[in-house]
Every structure is written in C-alpha cells, then in structure tokens.
Design a protein around this ligand. Structure first.
Ligand code: KG4
Ligand code: ZN
Length: 355
C-alpha cells in the first residue's frame, strides 16, 4: 500500500490530498481563491501567492487528518513544480520541501499537466485506461492534445496557438458581463440560449492538430459589443476589458453560440486525431472538461470510450498530483530537496527514463 500526499498551488487553488495506490482518494482539500479573484475579473498573481501562504498549513494538516493518518504513515510527498505562476508554485514547493525534510520522506516534483492527465485514474469505475489513449487537456492556462502510449509517455500532437480554451471562456464571459470564472457561468447561461442564434467562425479545418481561439473571441466581441475605446476598436490584447455589451443582445444566445463554436473546434480535431492514431480511448481533463456540452459532443463524435474526471477533479486539485506521483514513485524516481520551480514546463516523456 502506497500513500502519497499531494500539494498543489500552481494557480488559484491551495490544495492538498492523500491518495492511496494512485487511485483511492483518502482526502481531498481544496481552498479556492475564486471569491478573492472575482473582484479583479481574473487571477492576480501577488494576491494568489499571499493567499497560498495563508492557507497552505491548514490545508495540508486538514488533508492528513481527513485521511485518518499521521505524517509518518506517508510514503512520499508530491508537489506541483510547474507550469504555473512562479510565486504561487514557490509557496507549495517550499512547503513540501520543509515537510519532506522534517518527516524524512521522499519528494517528487510533478508537472501540473501530468496531474490533470492522472485525474482520469481517479474516476469510477476504476477500470484501467487502455493505451494508446488520446488526451485532450483543456484548462484555464492550457489546451494540449497528447497521444499517451504508456505511463509517463506522451507525444504532443498539438495545442493552442493563442488563448487556452478556458481562457477563451473566461474572456468571453467577461464580455458578456458574467461573473468570473467564465466557463461554468457561460455553460449555465448557454442552457437557456439558442446555439444557432449567432454564426461564429467554424473550427480551423487545417491539417494540424493546433487550435486557435482568439479569432472566435474577437468574432464574439464584434457581434455583441459596442467598442467605446480606441484600444477596443483596434482589437488589441485585453480589448475585452473595454467592450460594452449591446443592449439588444441576448447573453444566453451569445453564450450558447460561442460555446457551440468552441466545443466544435475541440471535438473535430480530437476525433480526427483519435482516428488517425488508432487510439483505444479518448480522455478529457482540465477545468473545461467539466463542460457538459463538450462531454456530450465528444461522445457523439467517436465510437471510442470517452472518459472524463468527476466534476470536482476537473478543476485544479491535489489528488491528481498525488495520483501522477504514484507511477513515478514506483519507477524509483525521486527529486532533490533543492529542486527548483518550472513555471514554463512542457509535458514530455522523459518522466520514466530520467531516473
Ligand atoms: O484546470 P483549471 O482549474 O485551472 C488551470 O489549470 O488553468 O481550469 C480552470 C478553467 C477556467 O478557465 C474555467 O472557466 C474553466 O476551467 N471551466 C469551465 C467549466 N468549469 C471550469 N469551462 C467551461 N465549462 C465549465 N463547466
Ligand atoms: Zn489546472
């Protein structure tokens, strides 16, 4: 029996969790900063790191206590090393180092994206994933299409060329005057809207497996807003902050039409890649995989099994970090107590060959 404590502070959730054998969650504590950041309409890095510092001790203690164990019963401590906000990552990694040193436990630095992948191992029923599998990671910071051929083995097929899928949801949510984060609020609004009300640009139909969402965001702005400022008229980055919603536009219709266009873009290429690479399963992970329209469209687009995490494990959590660490731990991988953070870390397959 292997019990690993996971710690996650890469963005705006302070999280800790104990996972047994890479699949059974013994505890899962998430202290969300959403309310804190909502007033700024996005995640404010300095505010985030300060909130992590305040929360981390209590969150970790709670996770160990909820698991019904004590620190000495843990086999290892796993912490998100990147990618993410440098200040936020540092809080988690320094705390984890302190614990590892004090309790004399092995330390493992985990790639946040690999964490999202391993949230799929925490789903019910606990049937093992069949390789090769195609993984679509769609979160606030990332959109990655990966071929997974084994534990820790990834081939990157494509990703976003500009905004991440969740980022597009958040920016369009802001344009539509919906609260932060945009994703879940757009999904709710879309349920009451007509997805055919607006014809937003269709998916990129080129041969690559890359995505692009900034054009879609701009199209939404063009259709539904008046542009009072010069910056907004020139569609500069951040122009969505200055856009004013037209009074004759239905937020519900705009939300539904936007969501449909974005989901179609994701699903078309994912289904094509699944076919081309002859995979056995399609896996969705990351905050946007909570979206019901995406889940349903993906199921409709392929005959293959489509798996996604339970809702509470789609968005950032530490159980996925502990689950990802399990396979590395058993491959004998360990990190040094002086390991650094990797704010721009790509997910690559070196995972099981470096140790
Ligand atoms: O994975 P995550 O918690 O954080 C990152 O690693 O970035 O993803 C957060 C993102 C946000 O952009 C949020 O708007 C989006 O996931 N999201 C959703 C839904 N729930 C969260 N997007 C669409 N539909 C949802 N139901
Ligand atoms: Zn994430």
């Amino acid at each position: 029996m292997t019990r690993i404590l996971g710690i996650e502070t890469s963005c705006d959730e302070t999280a800790a969790s104990v996972v047994q054998d890479g699949k059974t969650i013994l505890s899962n504590v998430v202290a969300s900063q959403i309310d804190l950041h909502a007033q700024y309409g996005g995640v404010f890095p300095e505010v985030a790191s300060r909130a992590h510092v305040e929360a981390i001790g209590v969150v970790v203690e709670q996770a160990v206590q909820d698991a019904g164990i004590t620190m000495d019963r843990l086999d290892a401590i796993a912490v998100t090393r990147g990618p993410g906000l440098v200040g936020s990552l540092l809080v988690g990694i320094n705390y984890a180092k302190g614990l590892a040193l004090a309790a004399n436990k092995p330390l493992l630095g985990i790639n946040h994206l690999e964490g999202h992948v391993y949230s799929l191992w925490l789903t019910e029923p606990r049937r093992d994933v069949q390789f090769p599998a195609l993984v679509l990671i769609v979160s606030g910071g990332h959109t990655e299409l990966l071929l997974m051929t084994g534990h820790g083995q990834y081939e990157r097929l494509g990703g976003t060329l500009d905004d991440a899928a969740g980022e597009a949801f958040d920016k369009v949510g802001r344009v539509l005057g919906l609260p932060f984060p945009g994703g879940p609020n757009i999904e709710r609004a879309a349920q009451m809207g007509n997805a055919h009300a607006f014809e937003f640009p269709k998916a990129r139909t080129d041969e690559s497996y890359d995505f692009s969402f900034s054009g879609l965001k701009t199209a939404v702005m063009r259709e539904v807003t008046v542009m009072p400022s010069a910056a907004a008229r020139r569609r500069e980055p951040g122009a969505e902050k200055h856009a004013i919603l037209r009074s004759d536009v239905s937020v519900y219709d705009a939300a539904a039409s936007f969501q449909k266009a974005l989901v179609e873009a994701l699903v078309t290429k994912t289904a094509r890649a699944a076919k081309a690479r002859n995979v056995k399963e399609v896996l969705l992970a990351g905050g946007v995989s909570a979206n019901t329209a995406l889940r349903m469209a993906m199921r409709a687009a392929t005959d293959l099994p489509v798996r996604y995490p339970p809702l509470n494990l789609c968005t950032d959590n530490a159980a996925m970090i502990a689950a990802a660490a399990y396979h590395r731990f058993h491959a004998g991988l360990r990190d040094e107590l002086d390991m650094d953070v990797k704010p721009m870390w790509h997910l690559s397959s070196t995972a099981y060959s470096e140790g």
